[in-house]
Ligand binder design. Structure first.
Ligand SMILES: [Mg+2]
Length: 347
């Protein structure tokens, strides 16, 4: 009954509502792989991989080519023993977003057997969360206009992408802060600054009287000395995103005292490493945020249930489904502006 009968991958494309520009990348379409895990009792669990070449070195074709391999690995296994399945799928080190999708689809099928939301399998810590929404890189006028609109939509946590041009970034953050008073800011440089530039940016923002709640990945992912330099020379908490993919990366970041925050993304870590990272962070007194790649609603659903179930996160950056267009909303949660909660049907 609870054994896996078949696994199916489907390529899906979702156009961005507006080209999404971050340091070193402009995306016009999200190309994702939907994963279906079908059980012997015909229940189907859903997952979604949003592969990132920039962060993980993944291409959609690489994931699609793994379909038979994953089938061979998992057909016949019992989803109630999902730790066994996590152990096996931990071997998908070259395609972490696929690992996340398969692991979640397994839990989604198990949740249907138990007639409970997936978040309850993780512990059911919370029933609601607040997400931010992101302002991409653009000219000053459009950045300010986008931020204002996000604020008017009710979002009180605004993520601002920076990292391509220091002077323009400083001006953009100053102007955005002027028109969104009372908002909190996550500023993400996506590795765009040198350590010295990263410090200069933060000090200028601080001198303008603006507070940044999380300063994400100011420098190159492998430059842990640079991260530590920024951490100890700016007045804001510094987060690792691109530097923190696996639990082993996070252990190293802890040993190097390189950051205050970790941005967990299921697409970098899968569920198994994401679970380990939440415990590592707790033990090391690091704070956590949860982010996303280019997931649609079915993919964001994974991070929503993980975040609600573990209750581990100070900030939730789960907005990719709001930036793309899809024919229908497929999340197993309710969304009202920035507020995300477990839908009534899933309690
Ligand atoms: Mg980031």
């Amino acid at each position: 009954m609870a054994k896996i009968k078949d696994i199916k991958f489907t390529l899906r494309e979702y156009p961005y509502r507006k080209p999404f520009h971050i340091t070193g990348s402009i995306a016009t379409v999200a190309v994702n792989i939907e994963v279906q895990v079908q059980l012997k009792n015909d229940l189907v669990g859903y997952g979604e991989a949003s592969p990132s070449f920039r962060v993980n070195g993944e291409r959609p074709e690489m994931l699609l080519a793994m379909e038979n391999q994953v089938r061979e690995m998992l057909i016949g296994l019992d989803v109630r023993q999902y730790r066994q399945i996590f152990e096996i799928t931990d071997r998908l080190t070259a395609t972490p977003s696929l690992k996340a999708a398969v692991q979640f689809a397994v839990l989604d099928s198990l949740a249907q057997i138990y007639e409970t939301p997936v978040s309850f399998l993780f512990g059911g810590a919370k029933k609601t969360l607040e997400t931010d929404k992101t302002v991409g890189i653009d000219n000053l006028e459009n950045r300010v206009k986008d931020a204002k609109q996000i604020f008017e939509e009710g979002f009180r946590i605004i993520k601002i992408k920076v990292g391509e041009h220091l002077r323009e970034d400083v001006e953009a953050v100053q102007e955005i802060a002027r028109v969104t008073k009372g908002a909190k800011y996550i500023v993400d440089a996506n590795m765009g600054y040198t350590p010295k530039q990263a410090v200069e940016f933060a000090q200028e923002i601080y001198r303008s009287g603006i507070d940044i709640d999380v300063y994400e990945q100011p420098v190159y992912w492998a430059d842990l000395d640079g991260l530590r330099f920024v951490r100890f020379n700016v007045p804001f908490p510094v987060a690792a995103d691109e530097s923190a993919k696996t639990k082993f990366d996070v252990l190293r970041l802890i040993k190097e005292e390189a950051v205050d925050y970790i941005n967990i993304k299921l697409m970098k870590s899968g569920l198994s490493d994401a679970l380990a990272i939440t415990e590592l962070a707790k033990a090391a007194n690091l704070k956590l945020m949860i982010g996303c790649m280019s997931e649609s609603s079915i993919g964001i659903n994974q991070s929503v249930h993980f975040a609600l179930g573990t209750g581990a996160f100070e900030f939730h950056d789960l907005d990719s489904h709001l930036l793309i267009s899809e024919e229908r909303f497929r999340g197993k949660f309710a969304q009202n502006g920035p507020e995300i909660s477990i839908g009534e049907g899933w309690l």
